[in-house]
Design a binder for this molecule. Structure first.
Ligand code: GGG
Length: 357
C-alpha cells in the first residue's frame, strides 16, 4: 500500500457538520475495499471558533494546510455572523493561498432526481468558474458610513494571466469533451473588465485551436443574462461554460437547480499545477434553517468527495463512489429536498449498500 493520503477536513458550519461525516463514512469504506489509506486531519474551524476566539481559523491555519494532499470542506456561514466575515475568514483565503484558480462545477442529470423542468434528463455540462480574482476583490471601501452621503466602491480585478489560465483550462476541458465552450460575459454593460475578459478568453482558445486539439473548440461568447435563460430553456446545448468568479457562482447555482437542486451539486477548487493542495466542497452553503435536523442531502458533498478521490489518484474508488451515489438515487431513496423522505444517515447508508453490491 502506498503512503496514506493526507486530507484536511473542515466540516465548518451548519449542515457541513452533517454531510461531511456522511462523506467520510463512504471514503472509509472505499479505502478498505480498494486498499488505500487516508489520514484525516480534523480542523475544527468555522463560525463556532469565530464566536470563541474572533477568528474562523487559527493565525497559522493556511500553513497547517500547506503540506496536505487535499482539503475537504463542508460549508461556511451562520446567521449571527456577517457572510463576508465567514467567507473572507476561511473559504476565500484558502482558495487564494493555494492558487485554486479553477472552480470546477459539473452539472449532470442524476437518475431518479426530478428536475423542475418537465424532462431534466440528458444534461451534462461543466461550469469552470474563475476562482481567485474578478469581482471577489477586497479592493474598495465605504465612506460616510451612516450618513446620507454614504457611498461604497468595489473594484473588479481581471489580470491577463488570471483570465488566460482559467480560459486555457476550460478550453482543454472542452477539447476533451464535445468541443463546445461558452464564455459568459456582460461586455455590453461592463465596458472595461468584460471586454478584456472576452479578448483574453478568445486569445487563449485561438492558441489552443492552433495547436491542433483532437476536437477543435467552438467558442461562443454569450451575455450572462441570455445565458441564464438558455440554461433553463436549452441546458443540453451546453458543454463547458467558462465564467468569472461572480458570474460562475450564480450560473452554477442556477444550473444545479435545473438538474434537481443545489443539494446535489459538487465543486472542486483546483490548483491545476498541483503545487498546492486543492479543495473539494459542495456548492451549497450551511443551510442554517435545516441544520441539526438530520435531513440534509449529502449528495453534493459525496460527489465532491468522489472528485477529490479522483484528484488523489484513486480513480477506481472515485468512479465506484459516483456509481453507488447514482444507484442509491435511482433506487428511489431520496432526501426531502428531492421529494423523498430519507434523512442524511439513511441516504448515506443506501450509498454504502450500493458500494458493496
Ligand atoms: N460549500 C461551501 C460554502 O459554504 N459555500 C457557501 C458560499 O457562500 N460560497 C461562496 C462562494 O463559493 O463563492
Amino acid at each position: 500500500m502506498s503512503r496514506p493520503h493526507i486530507v484536511d477536513v473542515i466540516a465548518g458550519d451548519g449542515i457541513g457538520l452533517e454531510v461531511v461525516p456522511a462523506a467520510l463514512r463512504c471514503v472509509d469504506a472505499l479505502a478498505e475495499q480498494f486498499g488505500f489509506a487516508v489520514t484525516w486531519r480534523d480542523r475544527d474551524w468555522g463560525s463556532e471558533r469565530y464566536r470563541r476566539t474572533g477568528a474562523m481559523m487559527p493565525e497559522d491555519g493556511l500553513a497547517r494546510l500547506a503540506d496536505g494532499d487535499a482539503i475537504l470542506l463542508g460549508a461556511v456561514g451562520a446567521p449571527d455572523i456577517p457572510d463576508d466575515v465567514t467567507l473572507w475568514g476561511l473559504l476565500l483565503p484558502i482558495r487564494r493561498a493555494f492558487l485554486q484558480y479553477v472552480n470546477l462545477r459539473p452539472v449532470r442529470s442524476l437518475p431518479g432526481v426530478p428536475g423542475p423542468l418537465s424532462d431534466g434528463s440528458g444534461i451534462d455540462l461543466v461550469i469552470v468558474r474563475e476562482n481567485v480574482e474578478g469581482e471577489y476583490s477586497e479592493i474598495g471601501g465605504r465612506i460616510y458610513r451612516g450618513r446620507p452621503e454614504e457611498a461604497a466602491v468595489q473594484e473588479t480585478v481581471f489580470t491577463r494571466r488570471g483570465v488566460d489560465r482559467v480560459a486555457r483550462f476550460a478550453a482543454r476541458l472542452a477539447a476533451s469533451r464535445r468541443g463546445g465552450l461558452t464564455s459568459a460575459t456582460k461586455s455590453n454593460g461592463i465596458v472595461h473588465t468584460m471586454p478584456f475578459w472576452d479578448e483574453v478568453v478568445a486569445g487563449a482558445v485561438e492558441r489552443i485551436n492552433h495547436s491542433g486539439p483532437e476536437t477543435p473548440i467552438r467558442l461562443r461568447k454569450v451575455l450572462v443574462d441570455a445565458l441564464a435563460a438558455d440554461l433553463v430553456l436549452r441546458p443540453r446545448e451546453h458543454d463547458v461554460i467558462v465564467a468569472s468568479n461572480l458570474l460562475g457562482d450564480i450560473l452554477s447555482d442556477l444550473a444545479s437547480a435545473v438538474v434537481g437542486g443545489i443539494g446535489t451539486a459538487p465543486s472542486a477548487n483546483l490548483n491545476p499545477e498541483r503545487e498546492h493542495p486543492s479543495m473539494f466542497e459542495p456548492v451549497h452553503g450551511s443551510a442554517p434553517d435545516i441544520a441539526g435536523t438530520g435531513i440534509a442531502n449529502p449528495t453534493g458533498q459525496i460527489w465532491a468527495t468522489s472528485l477529490m478521490l479522483d484528484h488523489l489518484g484513486e480513480s477506481t474508488a472515485a468512479a465506484a463512489l459516483l456509481a453507488a451515489l447514482e444507484a442509491a438515487l435511482a433506487s428511489g431513496v431520496r432526501t426531502r429536498d428531492l421529494g423523498g423522505t430519507a434523512g442524511t444517515d439513511e441516504f448515506t447508508s443506501t450509498v454504502l449498500d450500493h458500494l458493496t453490491t
